[in-house]
Write a protein that binds this ligand. Structure first.
Ligand code: ATP
Length: 324
Protein backbone atom coordinates (compact mmCIF):
# COMPACT_ATOMS: atom_id res chain seq x y z
CA UNK A 1 0.00 0.00 0.00
CA UNK A 2 1.25 3.47 -0.97
CA UNK A 3 2.13 5.59 2.12
CA UNK A 4 -0.04 8.73 2.40
CA UNK A 5 1.65 11.89 1.20
CA UNK A 6 2.21 14.64 3.79
CA UNK A 7 -0.52 16.73 2.13
CA UNK A 8 -3.08 13.98 2.46
CA UNK A 9 -2.07 13.30 6.05
CA UNK A 10 -2.51 17.00 6.86
CA UNK A 11 -5.91 17.06 5.15
CA UNK A 12 -7.07 13.91 6.95
CA UNK A 13 -5.93 14.94 10.42
CA UNK A 14 -8.50 16.90 12.40
CA UNK A 15 -6.84 20.14 13.42
CA UNK A 16 -7.54 21.37 16.93
CA UNK A 17 -6.89 24.86 18.28
CA UNK A 18 -7.23 25.80 21.93
CA UNK A 19 -7.71 29.39 23.15
CA UNK A 20 -8.05 30.88 26.64
CA UNK A 21 -9.98 34.09 27.28
CA UNK A 22 -10.43 35.89 30.61
CA UNK A 23 -13.54 36.91 32.49
CA UNK A 24 -13.78 40.59 33.46
CA UNK A 25 -14.82 42.76 36.32
CA UNK A 26 -15.77 46.42 36.02
CA UNK A 27 -13.85 48.53 38.52
CA UNK A 28 -15.97 51.51 37.49
CA UNK A 29 -19.35 51.47 35.77
CA UNK A 30 -21.43 54.54 35.09
CA UNK A 31 -24.71 54.17 33.19
CA UNK A 32 -26.51 56.92 31.28
CA UNK A 33 -30.25 57.26 30.67
CA UNK A 34 -32.18 54.79 28.51
CA UNK A 35 -31.57 55.76 24.86
CA UNK A 36 -34.11 55.79 22.06
CA UNK A 37 -32.55 52.62 20.60
CA UNK A 38 -33.14 50.70 23.86
CA UNK A 39 -29.47 50.72 24.91
CA UNK A 40 -27.68 52.74 27.61
CA UNK A 41 -24.41 54.59 27.12
CA UNK A 42 -21.83 53.60 29.71
CA UNK A 43 -18.43 54.68 30.96
CA UNK A 44 -16.68 51.58 32.17
CA UNK A 45 -13.26 50.55 33.42
CA UNK A 46 -12.77 46.92 32.49
CA UNK A 47 -10.23 44.70 34.16
CA UNK A 48 -9.48 41.21 32.80
CA UNK A 49 -8.99 38.76 35.67
CA UNK A 50 -7.30 35.38 36.02
CA UNK A 51 -10.48 33.33 35.75
CA UNK A 52 -10.42 31.92 32.23
CA UNK A 53 -12.71 30.22 29.79
CA UNK A 54 -11.06 27.65 27.53
CA UNK A 55 -12.39 26.93 24.06
CA UNK A 56 -11.07 24.06 21.90
CA UNK A 57 -12.15 24.11 18.25
CA UNK A 58 -11.65 20.99 16.14
CA UNK A 59 -12.02 21.09 12.35
CA UNK A 60 -14.16 18.43 10.71
CA UNK A 61 -12.83 18.46 7.14
CA UNK A 62 -15.38 17.61 4.49
CA UNK A 63 -18.34 19.05 6.41
CA UNK A 64 -19.89 22.45 5.59
CA UNK A 65 -19.05 25.46 7.83
CA UNK A 66 -22.65 25.65 9.02
CA UNK A 67 -22.14 22.23 10.60
CA UNK A 68 -21.17 23.30 14.14
CA UNK A 69 -21.55 21.18 17.24
CA UNK A 70 -20.91 22.36 20.82
CA UNK A 71 -20.16 20.50 24.02
CA UNK A 72 -19.32 21.60 27.54
CA UNK A 73 -16.18 19.96 28.89
CA UNK A 74 -16.44 17.79 32.02
CA UNK A 75 -13.43 19.80 33.28
CA UNK A 76 -15.74 22.82 33.73
CA UNK A 77 -15.80 23.94 37.35
CA UNK A 78 -19.34 25.37 37.52
CA UNK A 79 -22.31 23.59 39.07
CA UNK A 80 -24.09 21.11 36.75
CA UNK A 81 -27.40 23.01 37.06
CA UNK A 82 -25.65 26.18 35.80
CA UNK A 83 -23.96 24.31 32.93
CA UNK A 84 -27.29 22.79 31.93
CA UNK A 85 -28.61 26.26 31.02
CA UNK A 86 -26.01 26.93 28.33
CA UNK A 87 -27.43 26.85 24.79
CA UNK A 88 -25.62 24.34 22.57
CA UNK A 89 -27.09 25.65 19.31
CA UNK A 90 -26.95 28.97 17.44
CA UNK A 91 -27.97 30.65 20.72
CA UNK A 92 -24.43 30.07 21.94
CA UNK A 93 -22.21 33.11 21.37
CA UNK A 94 -19.32 30.81 20.39
CA UNK A 95 -21.36 29.41 17.48
CA UNK A 96 -22.27 32.90 16.29
CA UNK A 97 -18.59 33.88 16.51
CA UNK A 98 -17.55 30.88 14.38
CA UNK A 99 -20.16 31.68 11.73
CA UNK A 100 -18.89 35.27 11.46
CA UNK A 101 -15.32 34.08 10.83
CA UNK A 102 -16.52 31.36 8.42
CA UNK A 103 -18.28 34.04 6.36
CA UNK A 104 -15.01 35.79 5.60
CA UNK A 105 -12.65 32.77 5.43
CA UNK A 106 -11.66 31.12 2.16
CA UNK A 107 -11.78 27.49 3.26
CA UNK A 108 -13.93 27.12 6.36
CA UNK A 109 -15.08 23.66 7.47
CA UNK A 110 -17.55 22.26 9.95
CA UNK A 111 -16.21 22.32 13.50
CA UNK A 112 -16.74 21.00 16.98
CA UNK A 113 -16.45 23.56 19.80
CA UNK A 114 -15.68 22.30 23.30
CA UNK A 115 -16.03 24.94 26.03
CA UNK A 116 -14.53 24.56 29.47
CA UNK A 117 -16.54 26.91 31.68
CA UNK A 118 -15.00 28.55 34.73
CA UNK A 119 -16.63 32.00 34.59
CA UNK A 120 -20.03 32.07 36.35
CA UNK A 121 -22.96 32.04 33.90
CA UNK A 122 -25.06 35.21 33.78
CA UNK A 123 -22.67 36.37 36.51
CA UNK A 124 -21.77 39.84 35.25
CA UNK A 125 -18.27 38.67 34.30
CA UNK A 126 -18.74 38.33 30.54
CA UNK A 127 -18.24 34.55 30.37
CA UNK A 128 -20.23 34.13 27.14
CA UNK A 129 -18.34 37.07 25.66
CA UNK A 130 -15.03 35.39 26.60
CA UNK A 131 -16.19 32.23 24.79
CA UNK A 132 -17.05 34.31 21.73
CA UNK A 133 -13.67 36.07 21.79
CA UNK A 134 -11.82 32.76 22.18
CA UNK A 135 -13.78 31.23 19.28
CA UNK A 136 -12.99 34.21 17.01
CA UNK A 137 -9.27 33.72 17.69
CA UNK A 138 -9.48 29.92 17.35
CA UNK A 139 -11.37 29.97 14.01
CA UNK A 140 -9.08 32.66 12.62
CA UNK A 141 -6.14 30.37 13.37
CA UNK A 142 -7.85 27.13 12.25
CA UNK A 143 -8.94 28.50 8.87
CA UNK A 144 -5.86 30.70 8.32
CA UNK A 145 -8.16 33.72 7.91
CA UNK A 146 -5.33 36.15 8.77
CA UNK A 147 -7.59 38.65 10.57
CA UNK A 148 -5.98 41.49 12.50
CA UNK A 149 -6.86 42.17 16.15
CA UNK A 150 -8.87 45.20 14.94
CA UNK A 151 -10.84 43.06 12.49
CA UNK A 152 -11.53 40.48 15.19
CA UNK A 153 -12.69 43.26 17.55
CA UNK A 154 -15.00 44.58 14.82
CA UNK A 155 -16.57 41.12 14.46
CA UNK A 156 -16.72 40.85 18.25
CA UNK A 157 -18.70 44.08 18.62
CA UNK A 158 -21.39 42.53 16.38
CA UNK A 159 -21.77 39.79 19.00
CA UNK A 160 -21.87 41.82 22.21
CA UNK A 161 -20.53 44.90 23.96
CA UNK A 162 -18.07 42.90 26.11
CA UNK A 163 -16.53 40.77 23.34
CA UNK A 164 -13.95 43.34 22.12
CA UNK A 165 -12.62 43.64 25.67
CA UNK A 166 -12.28 39.86 26.09
CA UNK A 167 -10.05 40.00 22.98
CA UNK A 168 -8.03 42.97 24.21
CA UNK A 169 -7.66 42.04 27.91
CA UNK A 170 -5.59 44.05 30.36
CA UNK A 171 -7.37 47.15 31.60
CA UNK A 172 -9.41 49.46 29.39
CA UNK A 173 -11.92 52.26 29.36
CA UNK A 174 -15.11 51.34 27.49
CA UNK A 175 -17.43 54.03 26.18
CA UNK A 176 -20.48 53.81 23.88
CA UNK A 177 -22.20 50.61 24.98
CA UNK A 178 -18.84 49.50 26.39
CA UNK A 179 -17.34 48.44 23.06
CA UNK A 180 -15.41 51.64 22.22
CA UNK A 181 -12.21 50.69 23.97
CA UNK A 182 -9.10 52.58 24.96
CA UNK A 183 -6.40 50.53 26.66
CA UNK A 184 -5.47 51.80 30.14
CA UNK A 185 -2.04 51.51 31.67
CA UNK A 186 -2.06 49.03 34.56
CA UNK A 187 1.39 47.49 34.84
CA UNK A 188 0.97 45.95 38.30
CA UNK A 189 -1.59 43.19 38.92
CA UNK A 190 -4.10 43.90 41.66
CA UNK A 191 -5.56 41.18 43.85
CA UNK A 192 -9.25 40.45 44.20
CA UNK A 193 -11.56 37.86 45.69
CA UNK A 194 -14.59 36.86 43.64
CA UNK A 195 -17.72 35.52 45.31
CA UNK A 196 -20.00 33.90 42.73
CA UNK A 197 -23.72 33.51 43.42
CA UNK A 198 -25.66 30.29 43.08
CA UNK A 199 -27.99 32.09 40.65
CA UNK A 200 -27.67 34.30 37.57
CA UNK A 201 -29.02 37.76 36.80
CA UNK A 202 -30.19 38.73 33.34
CA UNK A 203 -28.35 41.85 32.15
CA UNK A 204 -31.46 43.45 30.49
CA UNK A 205 -33.50 42.83 33.66
CA UNK A 206 -30.87 44.59 35.81
CA UNK A 207 -30.79 47.58 33.45
CA UNK A 208 -34.61 47.65 33.59
CA UNK A 209 -34.49 47.67 37.40
CA UNK A 210 -32.03 50.60 37.30
CA UNK A 211 -34.36 52.59 35.00
CA UNK A 212 -37.27 51.84 37.36
CA UNK A 213 -35.29 52.90 40.47
CA UNK A 214 -34.25 56.13 38.76
CA UNK A 215 -37.81 56.86 37.60
CA UNK A 216 -39.11 56.31 41.16
CA UNK A 217 -36.49 58.72 42.54
CA UNK A 218 -37.03 61.27 39.75
CA UNK A 219 -33.30 60.96 39.01
CA UNK A 220 -32.07 62.30 35.67
CA UNK A 221 -28.65 60.77 34.98
CA UNK A 222 -26.25 62.52 32.62
CA UNK A 223 -24.76 60.86 29.54
CA UNK A 224 -21.48 59.38 30.82
CA UNK A 225 -18.51 60.90 29.04
CA UNK A 226 -15.53 59.43 30.88
CA UNK A 227 -14.57 57.30 33.87
CA UNK A 228 -13.46 58.96 37.13
CA UNK A 229 -9.83 60.02 36.79
CA UNK A 230 -8.91 58.51 40.18
CA UNK A 231 -9.53 54.99 38.86
CA UNK A 232 -7.01 55.37 36.04
CA UNK A 233 -4.42 57.04 38.28
CA UNK A 234 -4.71 54.23 40.83
CA UNK A 235 -4.47 51.52 38.13
CA UNK A 236 -1.41 53.19 36.64
CA UNK A 237 0.22 53.25 40.08
CA UNK A 238 -0.93 49.69 40.90
CA UNK A 239 -2.16 51.15 44.20
CA UNK A 240 -5.00 49.09 45.69
CA UNK A 241 -5.52 51.52 48.59
CA UNK A 242 -5.93 54.45 46.18
CA UNK A 243 -8.27 52.42 43.95
CA UNK A 244 -10.54 51.31 46.82
CA UNK A 245 -12.53 54.57 47.25
CA UNK A 246 -12.89 54.93 43.45
CA UNK A 247 -14.67 51.61 42.80
CA UNK A 248 -18.18 52.35 41.58
CA UNK A 249 -21.05 50.59 39.83
CA UNK A 250 -24.35 52.28 38.94
CA UNK A 251 -25.92 48.84 38.41
CA UNK A 252 -25.16 47.67 41.96
CA UNK A 253 -28.28 49.13 43.62
CA UNK A 254 -30.42 47.61 40.85
CA UNK A 255 -28.79 44.18 41.29
CA UNK A 256 -29.29 44.43 45.09
CA UNK A 257 -32.93 45.44 44.63
CA UNK A 258 -33.48 42.25 42.61
CA UNK A 259 -31.39 40.04 44.92
CA UNK A 260 -31.24 41.49 48.46
CA UNK A 261 -28.87 38.66 49.56
CA UNK A 262 -26.11 40.55 47.70
CA UNK A 263 -26.25 43.36 50.27
CA UNK A 264 -25.28 40.89 53.00
CA UNK A 265 -22.40 39.46 50.95
CA UNK A 266 -21.06 42.97 50.25
CA UNK A 267 -21.27 43.84 53.96
CA UNK A 268 -19.54 40.62 55.03
CA UNK A 269 -16.57 41.33 52.77
CA UNK A 270 -16.21 44.81 54.28
CA UNK A 271 -16.46 43.35 57.79
CA UNK A 272 -13.74 40.79 56.96
CA UNK A 273 -11.30 43.49 55.87
CA UNK A 274 -11.76 43.90 52.09
CA UNK A 275 -10.40 47.29 50.98
CA UNK A 276 -13.59 47.75 48.95
CA UNK A 277 -16.35 45.68 47.44
CA UNK A 278 -18.64 45.93 44.45
CA UNK A 279 -20.96 43.95 42.26
CA UNK A 280 -19.29 43.16 38.93
CA UNK A 281 -21.19 44.57 35.93
CA UNK A 282 -24.83 43.51 36.12
CA UNK A 283 -23.97 40.98 38.85
CA UNK A 284 -24.51 38.86 40.78
CA UNK A 285 -20.78 38.06 41.18
CA UNK A 286 -19.25 40.24 43.90
CA UNK A 287 -15.62 41.41 43.68
CA UNK A 288 -13.61 42.33 46.79
CA UNK A 289 -10.40 44.30 46.47
CA UNK A 290 -7.46 43.04 48.56
CA UNK A 291 -4.20 44.75 49.48
CA UNK A 292 -1.99 42.00 48.04
CA UNK A 293 -1.94 38.28 47.14
CA UNK A 294 -1.58 37.18 50.78
CA UNK A 295 -4.49 39.38 51.86
CA UNK A 296 -6.64 37.97 49.01
CA UNK A 297 -5.90 34.41 50.20
CA UNK A 298 -6.81 35.28 53.80
CA UNK A 299 -9.97 37.10 52.74
CA UNK A 300 -11.04 34.17 50.54
CA UNK A 301 -10.50 31.78 53.47
CA UNK A 302 -12.53 34.01 55.81
CA UNK A 303 -15.37 34.28 53.28
CA UNK A 304 -15.28 30.49 52.79
CA UNK A 305 -15.65 30.09 56.57
CA UNK A 306 -18.85 32.13 56.29
CA UNK A 307 -20.11 29.60 53.75
CA UNK A 308 -19.27 31.42 50.50
CA UNK A 309 -17.42 30.15 47.48
CA UNK A 310 -14.54 32.62 47.25
CA UNK A 311 -11.86 32.69 44.54
CA UNK A 312 -8.68 34.78 44.78
CA UNK A 313 -7.79 36.18 41.34
CA UNK A 314 -5.53 38.86 39.97
CA UNK A 315 -5.96 41.38 37.20
CA UNK A 316 -5.19 42.74 34.72
CA UNK A 317 -4.25 39.67 32.67
CA UNK A 318 -3.94 39.11 28.90
CA UNK A 319 -6.91 38.90 26.55
CA UNK A 320 -7.83 35.89 24.37
CA UNK A 321 -4.71 33.92 23.42
CA UNK A 322 -3.79 30.60 21.81
CA UNK A 323 -2.76 27.81 24.17
CA UNK A 324 0.13 25.77 22.73
P1 ATP B 1 -23.06 39.93 30.14
O1 ATP B 1 -22.72 40.75 31.35
O2 ATP B 1 -22.15 40.13 28.94
O3 ATP B 1 -24.52 39.89 29.78
P2 ATP B 1 -22.83 37.64 31.79
O4 ATP B 1 -21.45 37.32 32.20
O5 ATP B 1 -23.72 38.25 32.83
O6 ATP B 1 -22.73 38.47 30.50
P3 ATP B 1 -23.02 35.18 30.33
O7 ATP B 1 -22.51 34.08 31.19
O8 ATP B 1 -22.12 35.68 29.29
O9 ATP B 1 -23.54 36.35 31.26
O10 ATP B 1 -24.35 34.64 29.65
C1 ATP B 1 -25.59 35.27 29.64
C2 ATP B 1 -26.58 34.37 28.88
O11 ATP B 1 -26.10 34.14 27.54
C3 ATP B 1 -26.71 32.98 29.47
O12 ATP B 1 -27.74 32.91 30.40
C4 ATP B 1 -26.95 32.08 28.26
O13 ATP B 1 -28.32 31.85 28.03
C5 ATP B 1 -26.41 32.84 27.06
N1 ATP B 1 -25.17 32.28 26.46
C6 ATP B 1 -24.88 32.28 25.15
N2 ATP B 1 -23.67 31.75 24.93
C7 ATP B 1 -23.16 31.42 26.12
C8 ATP B 1 -21.93 30.82 26.52
N3 ATP B 1 -20.99 30.46 25.64
N4 ATP B 1 -21.74 30.64 27.83
C9 ATP B 1 -22.68 31.01 28.73
N5 ATP B 1 -23.86 31.55 28.40
C10 ATP B 1 -24.11 31.76 27.11
Amino acid sequence: MEPLSNDLLWAAAPRRVKVRAPGKINAYFEVGPLRGDGYHSVASTYLAVSLYEEVAVTARPGTPPTDITVSISPDSTLAPEQLAGIPLDAGNLAVRAALLVADISENPTGIHIEITKHVPIAGGMGGGSADAAATLVACDSLWHAGLSREELAQLGSELGADVPFALLGGAAVGLGVGDQLTAALAPTPLHWVLVPAGFGLSTPVVYGALDALRAAEGAQPAEPAEVAAGVLTALRAGDAHALAPCLHNDLQAAAESLEPSLTLVLAQGAELGALASLVSGSGPTVAFLAADAEHAKELAAALAERGHEAWPVEGPVHGAHLVP
